[in-house]
Write a protein that binds this ligand. Structure first.
Ligand code: MN
Length: 148
């Protein structure tokens, strides 16, 4: 068995505290990544992402799905053309090929657990045309402009 003790500050014993993605590779802000479990037997990984009070994840889509539990604080998520306020212990699924992004509520650290397949496709970023299309929805536009 494996037992990793929780440490202060939403860290775990023996788990590396990593940058979210390679700096400058894609747009994101103030977010870290910890891979809590990576088990081939489960074909899955459990990660913990945390963003600072101004942080947001990359707007992306991909074939693989996410199962998400908010673990700390609160924020909003965009999933397809819906924007939801989410807080500690809420559950969210991101279906395949659905645009998604998470954003911390201003002034609040925001963390979530995210389940994924071990073997997964690379995320796609929206093209200018796709972004323009997303922005025709007023709710989506408000989210992308950080007004929600
Ligand atoms: Mn994703």
């Amino acid at each position: 068995m494996m037992h990793r003790k929780a440490l202060d500050g939403f860290r775990w014993d023996g788990i590396d505290h990593l940058p979210y993605k390679e700096e400058g590779s894609v747009p994101f802000k103030d977010i870290s990544r910890q891979v809590l479990l990576s088990a081939p037997e489960l074909s899955g990984e459990l990660r913990y992402f945390e963003m600072g009070p101004e942080g947001f994840s990359t707007l992306e889509r991909h074939e693989h799905m996410h199962g998400v539990m908010i673990f700390r604080g609160e924020g909003h998520c965009l999933v397809g053309d819906e924007v939801r306020f989410v807080r500690e212990r809420d559950l969210v699924t991101i279906p395949p090929w659905t645009w998604h992004q998470f954003r911390a509520t201003a002034g609040v650290a925001f963390g979530f657990l995210c389940m994924v397949n071990t073997q997964r496709d690379k995320p796609q970023l929206p093209s200018d045309t796709e972004l323009e299309e997303l922005r025709t929805n007023p709710t989506v536009r408000a989210f992308l402009d950080g007004e929600i």
